[in-house]
Design a protein around this ligand. Structure first.
Ligand code: FES
Length: 146
């Protein structure tokens, strides 16, 4: 299981110095219990409004994505705790088309933005489906190396 957690999401109005607002990779740890490996990645001081995918790419976190613009459906993650921005119509439409829409639980990381609260997402959800199997163009998709 790979969990990505964002802590201390701050708005631009919080009166911090601009350098304090930049996200900071707090920790990245792997554990193995009874043969099952688990990764926990924590990013701290993320600015409200940043997209999940943008932060993950910047921090070189292994995440699958393609178009980065709500067309290929490759970047979905499962929200484990907390909440992301309100889902827009195009995101919902694509998730429904792919058969993975489930309310606020599954989100496209290229579309969903940080709200001012801690949030944790399961990156392993990406292993549960392949956009190519659902008729989506997979030519641009970048798969993380494991
Ligand atoms: S990267 Fe293509 S839909 Fe998100």
């Amino acid at each position: 299981m790979a969990n990505l957690t964002f802590l201390n999401v701050a708005s631009q109005k919080d009166g911090q110095d601009s350098k304090d607002k930049q996200e900071f990779l707090l920790s990245q740890a792997s554990t193995s219990i009874a043969g099952k490996s688990s990764d926990a990645i924590t990013v701290e001081n993320v600015r409200e409004g940043f997209k999940v995918l943008a932060v993950a790419i910047r921090k070189k976190i292994a995440i699958r994505y393609g178009c980065a613009s709500c067309r290929c459906g490759s970047c979905a993650v499962k929200v484990e705790s907390g909440a992301l921005s309100v889902m827009e119509a195009d995101e919902k439409q694509l998730l429904e088309k792919m058969g993975i829409y489930s309310g606020k639980e599954v989100r496209l990381s290229c579309r969903s933005r940080m709200e001012k609260e801690d949030v944790s997402v399961d990156l392993d959800f990406q292993k549960s489906y392949d956009p190519a199997d659902r008729g989506f163009d997979s030519s641009t998709i970048k798969y993380p190396s494991s």
